[in-house]
Structure formats: C-alpha cells, structure tokens
Design a protein around this ligand. Structure first.
Ligand SMILES: *[C@@H]1O[C@H](CO)[C@@H](O)[C@H](O)[C@H]1NC(C)=O
Ligand SMILES: *[C@@H]1O[C@H](CO)[C@@H](O)[C@H](O)[C@H]1NC(C)=O
Ligand SMILES: *[C@@H]1O[C@H](CO)[C@@H](O)[C@H](O)[C@H]1NC(C)=O
Ligand SMILES: [Zn+2]
Length: 416
C-alpha cells in the first residue's frame, strides 16, 4: 500500500514535468503488401526508420498503415520505390490532426463536439448520477495502477432485466470509444426515439466508459498514441505497460500476444497481472448476479468490425457461433440502415487476426456469456486514431442504431 502510494506520487510528478510528445510533420503512409517479402522488408526496417505500424496488412494485396517521423521519410520512400511497393500518404501532418482532437475549453459537462479528458468524463458521470438517481447506479471496480478510480454506471429502469456489459477505451488511444459510449449513455437516459427507449427500459446496461484510465490520461498528457496500461513490469524498466486486452485469464499468451514488454501487444508478466483486469473480472464475478449478462462488448477502434470468438484459432468455431453471427448481423444492419456504413462480422481469427487473452474470449469461455464481441469502431483507416471531433456525433448515432439492431436480433433468438 505504502509503496504504491510513493510510486503514485513519483508517477504524477513525472507526468507533470514530462513534455508532451509531438508528431510535427509525421506522415501516415499506406503501403500495398504483395507478399511476405514485403512484410519482412518493413519489419526489418521498423527500428532504423522508426516505423510505427497503425495497421498491418493481413494478406497479399492489402495495405499496411505506417507512421514515421520527417527525418526518415525520404529514406522510407526510397526504400519503397526501390522495391516497387505501391504507397500513398494518408495523413500529411499527424500533429495537426492531434491538435484538432485536443479538448479546447474546459467543460464541466459533455457536448460531444470535442474529445474530453478523464476529469471531464468523471465530472459528467457525477452530474448524471445526481440527476437520474432512480435509473443510474454508479460503481467503481477499484483503482488503477496509478491510483485512479475506474468508474462505471449501471442503467436500469426496472428490476428483472437481462444485461449488456460494455467496457470501452481499454486501449488508451482509441478515444472515439469513450466519446461515443458516453453519448449512448445520454441516449439511454433521454431516449430520442421509441426504439432507443425500448432498449433503455427493457435491458440493464453496465458501462465502463474508460477502463484503461492511466493510459487514457497518458494519451492526453504525454503521448497521444499510447495504447497499453502504465504498469512497469519490464525488469530493465525500459518499456512500460501491458496490453490489457491480452491480459485476461483465458488462453493467456497462447497466440497473437507478445512476451516482450516493449511490444504493443505485451500480454503482461502473468494473466490478470494488471489491476484494471483483475478488478474487472472480480467485479463481474462478485457484483453482478451470475447469468444476468447476456452480451459482453469490448469497444475498440478502428476498422469497422464485429469480432467474436474464437481468437486463438481459425480452424474451429464456438458452439454458439450461429447465435453470435445472427446478433452481429443485427448490429451491422442497424448501422448500415442509418447512413450506409458497413461493418464486417465474423470470428477474430478468421476476420482480422489471431488473438488470445482478450476480454471477449474470457467472457465466453470462462463466464458463459454467449454473445461476446470486440467491436472496432470507424473508420476503416483513412484517419484511424485521429477521427476529427465532428465525427463523434455521427458515429455515436450509428452506434446507437447498431445497439438497437443488436438487441432486436438477440430477442429474435431468445437471448434476451
Ligand atoms: C500498383 O498499383 C497499380 C494501380 O493500382 C497496379 O496496377 C500495380 O499492379 C500495383 N503494383 C504493385 C507492385 O503492387
Ligand atoms: C471469476 O470466475 C471464474 C469462474 O466463473 C473463475 O474461473 C475466475 O478465477 C474468477 N476470477 C476472479 C478474479 O475472481
Ligand atoms: C453519411 O455518409 C456520407 C457518405 O459517406 C457522408 O458524406 C456523410 O457525412 C454521412 N452523414 C452522416 C450524418 O453521417
Ligand atoms: Zn483496441
């Protein structure tokens, strides 16, 4: 306890004094990958050219999105040209878009025309908890590694409902997730149409808007593209943080996760090493009656996917795969009806990439929640992590329609 307190003070003063990392004139390239040789070429040059891969091509013909600093761009382009790789520049100056995403005036309440800090989101939770006490029950799963409370709310209009559980912003830089899920909370509290009123009143919603609170604050204050937690488990202390969506205790570290603390998909020193995850699973175990949660959602960006188990294998499908796909189709159809935005659905391993130790896998295999998804929000890579603030409301409205379609589809097959 005492040690943690001392560490916490150390971290906070460090965060205050550390400079914000800037990305002036960093460019985001998209490069067509023709074969494994091309992939190898890029990974061979990852360190020397400081390549930061936002998205990896899965198969020949697809594109990888790679960001790099100005001093290596000429060398990178020469490399691509000499190997006849097709590429184009998606974002000319990444910092300019980050600047547009930065919260402007300090607000005590949300209006979804800009991205908000954790303090602003929490001030807003205080507000709605006070304003809707009969519908909103606050909860707190415990403190993060750096000592911040991890807050959630339960929205329930009446007893006896089944529940949907949503964790959002488990990856720090995926700001669109907390920005849109808070809008959805607002919709549930003040439904703007009968279909939303229906899913608000007849389903209980457990929502944690920002699960990775330390990483989220760090992505605001220091490094906009931070993904992991802030737990320092690297013995050399060179690299910090666990990929929290690789840290769950189901097939931990089997595939699609890294044992290297410096990698973005570092799974942590052991399963549930990070308090964000151990407390999330204890909360679900001990504070929500068994069998109440029918749908578990982990909200991410980007790519426009609804991903189900399995993550660890493309050779097998879980017993409830047909139900998972029927409900995913309901979600995708709800979204496409609004403005034509297409979401692809399928298992992680067959649709995007192999992964183990993620939340949805744990929800299904350990907790028997038969509809578990990772949802990758927009876009499909044009701007990736830097969707402008003007996109928050349109994307949030689509998400709301997706959830309406999801609940309707789940009812049709008697999940809810
Ligand atoms: C580059 O793109 C052009 C036009 O899309 C295509 O015809 C060509 O085959 C591509 N070349 C490579 C090496 O991928
Ligand atoms: C949660 O419950 C599952 C069984 O439902 C159990 O395997 C797991 O160890 C529990 N985890 C925690 C952190 O209590
Ligand atoms: C709907 O989609 C079109 C075409 O992609 C886009 O230009 C427009 O901004 C979208 N409108 C909303 C409200 O999302
Ligand atoms: Zn993510």
């Amino acid at each position: 306890m005492h040690l943690k307190f001392v560490l916490l003070l150390g971290c906070l003063s460090l965060a205050k004094t550390s400079e914000q990392v800037r990305y002036d004139n960093y460019k985001l390239y998209t490069v067509q990958i023709n074969d494994v040789k091309d992939q190898q070429l890029l990974s061979d040059n990852e360190k020397v050219l400081q390549l930061d891969t936002w998205h990896d091509a899965r198969q020949p013909g697809e594109f990888s999105d790679i960001m790099l600093p100005p001093q290596y761009q000429e060398a990178f382009e020469a490399l691509l040209n000499s190997h006849n790789l097709n590429y184009s520049i998606k974002i000319d100056n990444v910092q300019r878009l980050f600047d547009e995403q930065r919260p402007r005036q300090r607000l005590s309440s949300m209006e979804w025309t800009q991205y908000h800090t954790l303090d602003e989101i929490y001030a807003w939770l205080d507000l709605i908890e006070a304003r809707y006490p009969h519908v909103v029950t606050p909860f707190n799963i415990g403190d993060s590694y750096e000592g911040r409370p991890i807050r959630g709310i339960k929205i329930s209009y009446k007893p006896g409902n089944s529940a949907v559980f949503i964790e959002s912003n488990i990856h720090a830089r995926e700001w669109i997730t907390s920005a849109t899920i808070t809008y959805f909370i607002d919709e549930l509290l003040v439904p703007r149409n009968p279909a939303v009123r229906d899913i608000a009143q007849n389903v209980d919603w457990y929502i944690i808007p920002v699960l990775n609170v330390d990483g989220f604050v760090y992505s605001h204050d220091v490094e906009r593209l931070w993904r992991k937690s802030r737990l320092p488990s690297d013995p050399t202390n060179k690299c910090i943080g666990t990929d929290l969506n690789r840290n769950f205790d189901y097939r931990w570290m089997q595939i699609g996760a890294s044992a290297d603390p410096c990698e973005q998909t570092y799974a942590g020193p052991y399963a549930e090493s990070d308090p964000e995850i151990s407390q999330l699973t204890s909360y679900i175990n001990n504070s929500i009656p068994a069998g109440i949660i029918k749908i578990y959602i982990s909200l991410h960006s980007y790519g426009q996917y609804v991903l189900s188990p399995w993550g660890h294998t493309a050779e097998e499908f879980p017993e409830h795969y047909p139900q998972m796909m029927a409900v995913a189709k309901g979600f995708a159809d709800g979204i496409i009806r609004r403005n034509g935005t297409v979401f692809t659905y399928g298992s992680s391993a067959t649709t995007l990439y192999e992964v183990s130790g993620s939340g949805k896998e744990w929800a299904y295999a350990v907790k028997n929640i038969i509809i578990p998804y990772t949802i990758e929000m927009p876009d499909k890579g044009k701007l990736g992590f830097v969707l402008p603030p003007e996109d928050i409301i349109p994307v949030a409205r689509e998400l709301t329609e997706g959830f309406v379609g999801m609940i309707q589809a789940a009812r049709q097959i008697d999940i809810l």
